[in-house]
Design a protein around this ligand. Structure first.
Ligand SMILES: [Zn+2]
Length: 230
């Protein structure tokens, strides 16, 4: 009987793949099989001097930097992240987080992570959106990686305007002074994995890393769901 009702429900509210918009079959969970295979992975997690890591050279010191997928305008990855950010699709975020973790757990660069730290969202934005999308990614990652989640040490202080239509310089001014670390001792001599959804110019990560650097002996690595050219 339960199957009958869920099948009936699926006729009226069919589940759609958030990445490509096709109907999901009964065996497909969160995203469809072809998207699972077609979404372009970067392979950056094992390469020290990958293009994303190079972007931060001379700006801030990071141990390892990678993004799981390439982000293309109107592409599958963009649709998936859009669902996570604006349509409360928590499953999309958990899926992306698990994929991110599967990739980095195979890389020696990301060994012995002490804390997973999502890039903080301003409390005002959390009130509007209901959640921090990077924290959902981190929760997905924790299903694969054993490290604890830290959301109360690196925090955001001031709200910024939406970043999408600004030049790199304007974004930098915008994010420079908005993060703070409450207790540097907690991150002293630890390997911190910073989590973000999409990295474009890197200004948010740079600002976070510069604040985290106040913890003595800290090692900072970065994992994003996707990277896009700035
Ligand atoms: Zn699909």
């Amino acid at each position: 009987m339960i199957n009958f009702f869920t099948d009936l429900l699926a006729i009226f509210y069919p589940e759609v793949c958030p990445a490509c918009g096709t109907l999901l079959s009964k065996d497909e969970k969160t995203i469809c099989l072809s998207c699972r295979f077609l979404m372009p992975k970067t392979g950056y997690e094992t390469v020290t001097d990958n293009p994303m890591a190079r972007m931060f050279w001379g700006r801030t010191h990071l141990h390892a930097v990678s993004a799981c997928y390439f982000f293309a305008k109107k592409g599958r990855v963009q649709h998936l992240i859009h669902d996570l950010k604006y349509k409360s699709n928590r499953d999309a975020g958990l899926f992306l987080g698990k994929e991110m973790a599967e990739e980095i757990k195979r890389s020696a660069l990301y060994s012995e992570i002490d804390f997973i730290v999502p890039v903080p969202l301003h409390p005002k934005k959390i009130r509007i959106r209901g959640y921090n999308q990077s924290e959902i990614l981190a929760l997905g990652m924790r299903e694969i990686l054993p490290a604890p989640l830290s959301t109360d040490n690196l925090v955001r202080a001031i709200a910024t305007d939406t970043q999408t239509k600004k030049s790199r310089e304007a974004r930098w001014r915008n994010v420079k002074d908005i993060f703070m670390m409450k207790n540097p001792e907690q991150f002293a001599n630890k390997h911190i994995l910073l989590i973000d959804d999409v990295i474009t110019t890197g200004s948010t990560i740079e600002a976070c890393a510069n604040v985290l650097a106040a913890a003595p002996g800290i090692k900072i690595s970065v994992a994003a769901a996707a990277c896009a050219p700035g």
